[in-house]
Write a protein that binds this ligand. Structure first.
Ligand SMILES: Nc1nc2c(ncn2[C@@H]2O[C@H](COP(=O)(O)OP(=O)(O)O)[C@@H](O)[C@H]2O)c(=O)[nH]1
Ligand SMILES: [Mg+2]
Ligand SMILES: [Zn+2]
Length: 290
């Protein structure tokens, strides 16, 4: 039987398989230290061993987020507000670029809809929808938009990301409050043991959400200058149409990306942040070869 690890303790872990949650012991090699390299989110084979369930082996993982450790992340929801705190579009785009480069699906969640200006909410929503990202508008206080966000998290493991103060913790509570109705926490007796790190919670039928935000300390963009536009979904398809093979879409003329900016197919805010991240990447290259 295959399942997904929800939480890791020193000698055992909690594994979700189908609609059930199993407490599984680490045995043999897994017990002798290898369990230190098993993380929440890992897919494992489990089997009955005597009267208990045990982890037989860990399946290969598709990615591993290190701070905090979570394996096999399918999507990250980037949470933002509008004015409280002020949305940092450059930071949001840096996160999206990072997710694209890691093959992790991204979506935007504009939170605090109960106190933010609806017109500004719509402006921000349009920028990211035009770029090709799904956008949810939520309020962790009134519950607006939480069903749709929950729906987006079905079929895989999600993590919340975004700057401090945007409401990630409050959203988690609000989303998991829904999950708690199943009584799962009571059954597994969580709280009496200490997990090693992150815990994944079920959200709806087939979604999992990490209880700790990820990607919070992302600094520079790590990709090559020529690579960057491929991580902008609204630019990627245009790049092959640029005249110059290593076009950076900066001052080159003609350039398919810059044409799309002038006729409004690409939003000026996204393009301005592209140029900012491009400078960072060029700067990094320069330092590397000095
Ligand atoms: N009005 C309103 N306040 C919110 C909402 N979500 C979070 N907050 C408040 O914003 C502040 C920061 O929230 P928190 O969840 O700690 O943000 P985090 O730093 O991203 O985890 C807290 O005072 C929350 O009560 C929301 O949807 N509406
Ligand atoms: Mg928090
Ligand atoms: Zn170009």
């Amino acid at each position: 039987m295959v399942g997904r690890i929800l939480a890791v303790y020193s000698a055992w872990c909690e594994v979700a398989s189908g609609s059930r949650t199993y407490r599984c012991l680490f045995r043999g090699r897994l017990r002798k230290g290898e369990s230190a390299e098993i993380y929440p989110g890992d897919l494992v084979e489990i089997e009955e061993s005597g009267k208990v369930m045990a982890v037989k082996k860990v399946l290969p993982r598709k990615n591993l987020l290190v701070r905090p450790p979570v394996a096999n992340i399918d999507r990250a929801v980037i949470v933002t507000a509008i004015m409280r705190p002020e949305a940092d579009l450059a930071a949001i785009d840096r996160l999206f670029v990072h997710l694209e480069s890691q093959g992790i699906e991204g979506s935007l969640c504009i939170n605090k809809s109960d106190i933010e200006d609806p017109e500004k909410v719509n402006e921000l929503r349009e920028i990211y929808q035009k770029a090709g990202y799904p956008v949810d508008v939520t309020s962790a206080v009134t519950g607006e938009g939480l069903d749709s966000l929950k729906e987006r998290m079905q079929g895989g493991t999600s993590i919340l990301a975004g700057q401090s103060g945007v409401g990630k913790s409050k959203l988690l509570t609000a989303l998991l409050g829904v999950g708690l109705a199943t009584g799962e926490l009571g059954r597994t007796g969580r709280g009496r043991h200490t997990t090693k790190g992150v815990t994944l919670f079920r959200v709806g039928e087939s979604g999992f959400l990490a209880d700790t935000p990820g990607f919070s300390k992302l600094e520079g963009v790590e990709c090559e200058p020529e690579e960057l536009s491929y991580y902008y979904p609204e630019m990627a398809d245009l790049v092959p149409l640029c005249r110059y093979p290593r076009c950076l879409h900066k001052t080159e003329d003609p350039c398919a990306v810059r044409e799309a900016v002038s006729d409004g197919r690409i939003s000026p805010q996204r393009y301005a942040n592209y140029l900012k991240l491009l400078e960072e990447s060029l700067e990094r290259m320069k330092r590397k070869y000095e």
